[in-house]
Design a protein around this ligand. Structure first.
Ligand SMILES: NC(=O)c1ccc[n+]([C@@H]2O[C@H](COP(=O)([O-])OP(=O)(O)OC[C@H]3O[C@@H](n4cnc5c(N)ncnc54)[C@H](OP(=O)(O)O)[C@@H]3O)[C@@H](O)[C@H]2O)c1
Length: 297
């Protein structure tokens, strides 16, 4: 266990795709506590607290017992299509829980850092900076903007990290694992040529968040090193993983009907975060690391 002189960090959503990459990095500098909900997978050297994020009175009691100096709120309903169909169910965790965490954090003088998304933008412009107005087109994006406002209004020490589409561990359910699995199984897959993101490796984003955790107040974009379409990224991943890129078929957003509306270009300008020490790895470099780890596992 870390020395008790380390600052105390409480993480929600630790069992998710980002959280499970972030916790080991956080443990280097923090005494880490995390809220567990249904998924009980343990992290060695971190302290679990089993409480529902919808049980606000128990949550407040647990936070007052832990006395963290920072709460990093990653937990969310992240499936944009689910949010579109069941907005009130998603609203509970995406907005209501965030509101209660912001209230408790302000009362106890705890800094609250909140994970938001590039989907707060409508995708008509691209290369978005923190001063661009958020105009979401999906329910997921609307809920994240609502939560951002609550977090920012609760305390000037709070921070918002707007995150890009991430890739990383093949063990967790995510878009990238889906692409690699399809290619490994020799299944053709369609990827958009007209949807642009600043895709980033989850390890780079996790390291960036930990680097900025104490320094950042207000909004920060943590996008990847380049603007790239899903199609171009698929081709790059196929090359690095030595898989058959001919299985990747180019297609337009308009050819596939999705439940949640999809913005065209939500690439993020991350100059502000880079100034504070965010150092996203190049896409090829990060893909090579993941491909190497996959051969070892
Ligand atoms: N992944 C991306 O590409 C991406 C892009 C932009 C922004 N983000 C943001 O980054 C954050 C982390 O994303 P992620 O990809 O790691 O998400 P994820 O893999 O879907 O994990 C979500 C986490 O939230 C927890 N959670 C969900 N509903 C809960 C509830 N009612 N009570 C308690 N815990 C609950 C889950 O716990 P259980 O496992 O126990 O259900 C899980 O730990 C989210 O805020 C997301 O909006 C992600």
């Amino acid at each position: 266990m870390n020395s008790y002189s380390n600052p105390r960090l409480l993480v929600t959503g630790a069992t998710g795709f980002l959280g499970s990459s972030l916790l080991p990095i956080a443990l280097e500098n923090y005494e880490v506590h995390y809220i567990v909900h249904e998924n009980l997978s343990p992290f060695s050297n971190a302290y679990p607290h089993q409480v529902s994020l919808n049980d606000f009175s128990t949550l407040a009691r647990v936070i007052r017992q832990i006395k963290p100096s920072i709460i990093l709120h990653l937990a969310a309903v992240t499936d944009a299509n689910f949010c579109e169909v069941f907005p009130w169910s998603a609203w509970k965790i995406n907005v209501e829980t965030t509101k209660h965490l912001a209230l408790i954090a302000a009362q106890e003088n705890i800094k609250l850092c909140f994970a938001s998304t590039d989907m707060v933008f409508d995708g008509e412009k691209g290369n978005y900076t923190e001063t661009d107005v958020a105009t979401p087109i999906s329910k997921y994006g609307i809920q994240k903007v609502e939560a951002e406002k609550i977090v920012l209004n609760a305390s000037s020490q709070n921070a918002i990290f707007r995150l890009p589409l991430m890739f990383g561990s093949l063990a967790k359910k995510n878009y990238f694992a889906h692409v690699i699995t399809a290619l490994k199984e020799q299944k053709p897959i369609k990827l958009f040529t007209d949807e642009y993101r600043t895709i980033c490796g989850v390890e780079s984003v996790a390291t960036g968040i930990i680097t900025l955790l104490e320094k950042a107040n207000g909004i920060f974009h943590l996008g990847g090193p380049q603007r790239i379409s899903r199609y171009e990224f698929g081709l790059l991943a196929a090359k690095i993983f030595k898989l058959d890129s001919h299985l990747i078929m180019p297609c337009l957003q308009s050819e596939i009907k999705t439940t949640a509306p999809r913005p065209k270009d939500v690439s993020l300008n991350s100059t502000k975060a880079i100034y504070l020490g965010f150092r996203p790895k190049g896409l090829e470099e990060e893909l090579r690391i993941i491909a190497h780890e996959a051969t070892l596992s």
